[in-house]
Design a protein around this ligand. Structure first.
Ligand code: GDP
Length: 195
């Protein structure tokens, strides 16, 4: 999709704040620092529109980006903060679980993992949880420019195995530096959102 207009409609913490209307939504989730803001900015052709909301201590919100009045990207706060309190983690978990398990306009979730590493326990939990709820999912392996081309297949096998993915489960390797995977991610979004 050729993107010109993007607007941060709302930073929500509760369902009553979710946007009204009927646009389909695609959520993006992953641990802090995985490259989520960079993926969003690449998809919408901006340098620094989506800011990283992952610093510990910052308010954790679900950021709804209206893209071309066609689809909402829902930026789910990065998980896996060592520094926040258990209570804050539980609250964060509830906010995300409520959104992901009750939102009928949610068409799919992009789960980001770092192409260089084995999936973390949090990545595995998130993947299991989304699978349990039958939420359509795309796994995006980020920062692919940081691994040699000859190791791409190996990275894919490692991540598929770590997340217990079947061969049919969608996987795309992505780099915000080289834009590798940008079109493929957009294709998946358009397909899920029925665009
Ligand atoms: P977020 O916390 O998940 O939103 O992560 P950011 O998008 O803010 O990225 C975290 C760090 O990783 C930043 O320093 C980015 O510049 C870097 N980064 C993100 N994506 C890529 C990528 O595709 N390639 C490389 N080399 N660095 C990346």
């Amino acid at each position: 999709m050729e993107v010109h207009d993007v607007e941060l409609t709302i930073s929500a913490v509760a369902p009553k704040q979710y946007p009204k209307g009927s646009l389909p939504e695609v959520a993006l989730a992953g641990r802090s620092n995985v490259g989520k803001s960079s993926l969003i900015n690449t998809l919408i052709n901006r340098k620094a529109y989506a800011r990283t909301s992952s610093q510990p201590g910052k308010t954790q919100t679900l950021n709804f980006y209206n893209v071309e009045s066609t689809v909402y990207f829902v930026d789910v706060p990065g998980y896996g903060f060592a520094k926040v309190s258990k209570t804050a983690r539980e609250k964060y978990g509830q906010m995300i679980e409520t959104y992901l398990s009750t939102r009928d306009r949610l068409r799919g979730v992009i789960l980001l993992v770092d192409a260089r590493h084995d999936p973390s326990d949090d990545d595995i939990s998130m993947h299991e949880w989304l699978s349990y709820y039958n939420i359509p999912m795309l796994v995006v392996a980020t920062k692919s420019d940081k691994i040699a081309r000859g190791k791409w297949n190996q990275a894919e096998s490692r991540i598929r195995k770590g997340l217990n993915m079947t061969p049919e489960d969608a996987y795309i390797q992505f780099s915000a530096e080289t834009k590798q995977g940008k079109d493929a991610v957009w294709n998946w979004i358009e397909q899920q959102a029925g665009l």
